[in-house]
Design a protein around this ligand. Structure first.
Ligand code: ADP
Ligand code: ASP
Ligand code: MG
Length: 235
């Protein structure tokens, strides 16, 4: 059985229609004989909105409390996606980063993954379930909830793919793939069919949001095959 890790970014789960489309895509992948672990981001701009809310409430933002706040966005997505999958007769189970044993260092807001245990994912997959994991988060060696930095759901997906030795890690986003430059800023940006890890690391480090730099590093270090594509099936 092949195992595919699929990551759906914020725009890909931004509203109920998009959420249902993601559930359809996961059901389709599963019907073609693959086990699926789906990693989800918070819906649309909800992480930005939570930060705005914190700013409105207080000028003091302790890292621990910001991480407790911001990780809620991904929890909304994971549970709704499981409900949409249940609607399609697909058995699915949601997990926080902590529940799947994503162990990080103690740097709130920019924690580094030290280890992915993944036992609960292996068990749920063996029971025939789709696993839906909240991106961007883990639990620290001090047992506190942490976040991996903005855009960190990519890193969650690649780290899980490495830990479970997945056949591929697919990153679904709002552009058709990696382009020569940001298509929102440069009209004639060209789609790149293949990008080396070093080239991608350079693009990501220069701010190409399409992949989080840590995700590219993990993909390179563990040889995870990464595919970036649009979650809109007509693109
Ligand atoms: P998601 O919410 O799916 O994680 P992001 O906003 O984090 O999406 O990343 C996708 C965005 O990355 C695109 O909308 C695009 O504007 C931007 N981007 C910047 N540089 C590039 C690039 N070289 N190739 C593709 N997209 C890029
Ligand atoms: N929701 C988080 C963010 O907006 C993580 C992610 O989307 O990858 O940065
Ligand atoms: Mg992103």
């Amino acid at each position: 059985m092949t195992l595919i890790v699929q990551k759906y970014g914020g725009t890909s789960v931004a509203d109920p229609d998009r959420m249902r489309a993601v559930a359809d895509h996961i059901a389709f992948t599963r019907s073609h004989g693959s086990d699926v672990v789906a990693v989800v981001s918070a819906m649309g701009k909800s992480t930005d909105n939570l930060i705005k809310l914190a700013n409105e409430v207080s000028s003091v933002h302790p890292g621990r409390e910001m991480d407790m706040l911001l990780t809620t966005g991904e929890r909304v997505s994971m549970s709704l996606l499981c409900m949409a999958l249940a609607d399609r007769g697909v058995p699915a189970m949601s997990f926080t980063g902590s529940q799947v044993g994503i162990i990080t260092d103690t740097s709130h807001g920019k924690a580094k993954i030290l280890e992915v245990r993944g036992d609960r994912l292996r068990d749920a997959l063996a029971e025939g379930r789709v696993c839906v994991v909240a991106g961007f988060q883990g639990v620290s060696t001090a047992k506190e909830i942490t976040t991996l930095g903005r855009g960190g759901s990519d890193t969650t997906a690649v780290a899980i793919a490495a830990a479970l030795d997945a056949d591929a890690c697919e990153i679904y986003t709002d552009v058709p793939g990696v382009l020569t430059t940001d298509p929102r800023k440069v009209a004639d940006a060209q789609l790149m069919q293949q990008v080396s890890c070093d080239e991608m690391l350079e693009l990501a480090s220069l701010g190409a949001a399409v992949l989080h730099p840590r995700a590219v590093e993990i993909a390179r270090n563990y040889g995870v095959p990464l595919v970036v594509g649009s979650s809109w099936t007509d693109e």
